[in-house]
Design a binder for this molecule. Sequence first.
Ligand code: HEC
Length: 240
Amino acid sequence: MKILLSKCTPIIITLITLITLTTLSCTKYEIPGNQAPEKDPVSDPVVVSTCDPDTVYFQNTILPLVVSSCATTSCHDQASHKDGVILTDYASIIKTGEIKPGDPKDSEFFETLTDDGDDLMPPPPYDPLSSEQIQLIRTWIAQGAKNNSCYDGCDTTNVTFAGQIWPMMESYCTGCHSASAPGGGIVIAAYTDMVSLAENGSLMGSIRWESGYAKMPTNQQLSECNINILQKWIDDGFPE
Ligand code: HEC
């Protein structure tokens, strides 16, 4: 037995060396960091300078809508993460919302928006998303659920409530300020609501994050362009 063992020792040592070498060389292949994006091309942020009217852009449209409608306190923000779902940024929305790029019907996040039972999101007392908002999310997923954004300048000519102000409110604000669940008791549901908030100063105070006002939206300040559009609407006397 002893003889057999000592005869085997060189073979065992060779085997161990071989296994160690194989493991090391495998690990090496995983190390190069800059290859990671190739594995997951969807997450590459894509910024274009011309906004294509047929494309739905994640950063411009989907993120503000999802954050104001779903990532609210006690729902799907980082701290609350109900059911492990966090809807505050691209990576978490794709991962915890179980989004299958190109396939809205097979994406958990999309299914819950149209569920006809207890799984409907947002749940009561919050309003469900409007059919236009649901359609935007469907199109974004169908177009590949990319982390895309576009910016083709800031147009502050002819600012009207129907044209720019209400669509902006629907993206950034109404999820928290609907009549059925108004954050801080503030309702943003109609033209007159906006006029009174503008007139009492709290609209611009809160979106400029001025001291003495609650910071709105709560997670990230509106773009300079959107702030200028709101200011222009006020300066022009609230065109409808
Ligand atoms: C995540 C939820 C959420 C979003 C999104 C949100 N709000 Fe609010 N808002 C609140 C809550 C909650 C309060 C009450 C906060 C407080 O009093 O501290 C509030 C307060 C306000 C106030 C009163 C501020 C003051 O200090 O008097 C205004 C005006 C307002 N929001 C406008 C907006 C506008 C405009 C948007 C979109 C650009 C927006 N909010 C987006 C939750 C939200």
